[in-house]
Each structure stands twice: as C-alpha cells, then as structure tokens.
Design a binder for this molecule. Sequence first.
Ligand code: INI
Length: 163
Amino acid sequence: MSTDNYSQPSGGKLSAKGLRLAVVVSRFNGFVTDKLCEGALEAIAEAGGTIPKEDVIQIPGAWEFPVLVRALAGTGKYDAIVCLGAVIRGDTPHFDYVAGEAARGISDATAATGVPMAFGILTTNTVEQATDRAGGKLGNKGYDAAMTAIEMALTLRGLRARN
Ligand code: INI
C-alpha cells in the first residue's frame, strides 16, 4: 500500500467504509480553514466514507482543540479525528502560544486516549504560505490530514484484530 502522496486520490487503496471519523475545524482564518475542510471531506468521500453533519464540528480557534478532541475521543465512538486549523504569525508572540499549545494538547490527547488525531493545522509565517497549502499550489493539507486519519484508523484496527 503506497499512499505517500496524499494530495492525490488514493485510487481505492484506503477505504473509509465503516469508519466513524470526526472533523474538527477552527473558524479563525476561516478563508483558509474552509478550504482545508473541503479537502478533508473530499478525501473521506473519495475513500468511500460518509460523515454526518454532527461529526463536522466547528471551534473558535486552534487554542480550543485540546479540550474538544479529548471530549470527542472520550465518547469512545470515533476511529479517528481530523484537526483542521490555521495559525498565521502576526506581530506579537501570540502565534507561539496558540500553535504550540494546540500541537501539544492534541499530541497529549491522542497519546492518552489511543484515538488517532491527524494534525491538519497549518502554522505559517504568511497568509500566502497558508493559502498555498489549502487547495493552492502545494496541495491541500486538509485532504492529507483526512487520509492520514483514515490510514491510522485502519492500521490500528488491523493491529487490534491480530490476536
Ligand atoms: N487562532 C487560530 O486558530 N489561528 C490564529 O492565527 C490565531 N491568532 O493568530 O490569534 C488564533 N487565535 C485565537 C485562539 O485560537 C483562541 O480562539 C482565542 O485565544 C480564545 O481562546
């Protein structure tokens, strides 16, 4: 199974059929995160998955990811969670706190709960770097994050079925 280049259709190599996925998307820098969300939903559909409206969850900004993903994972209902956001550097140190704590909080939550959480949060120095990665010339990191979530859910499911 080669799925190196995610911003391409997987050609059916990854099947999301029967997986329950959540997509958590932050509204801050919505002109970027809307595109990431479109990419993620496209990837899930291409992989044969379905995602009900209530499993696409909006949050205000990237800072809010840790509490939300922990609560979602704690329901025990999800095979994987896709986190989508855009933290763009400004003139103050705010970027470092928001981006750093979002990353750390998601990393802690996925390790603590065992639910894979794909990190589709762009952390960029400029708006252009963000738009390039949200359906622009460098692909769509939302699409890639969804494919990562699907791949990890399948890998873990396979591991757990071994014994
Ligand atoms: N949230 C983001 O998702 N991206 C940003 O670039 C950003 N900046 O730059 O401020 C941002 N801030 C809001 C933050 O995530 C929280 O929503 C807010 O602090 C309230 O808790």
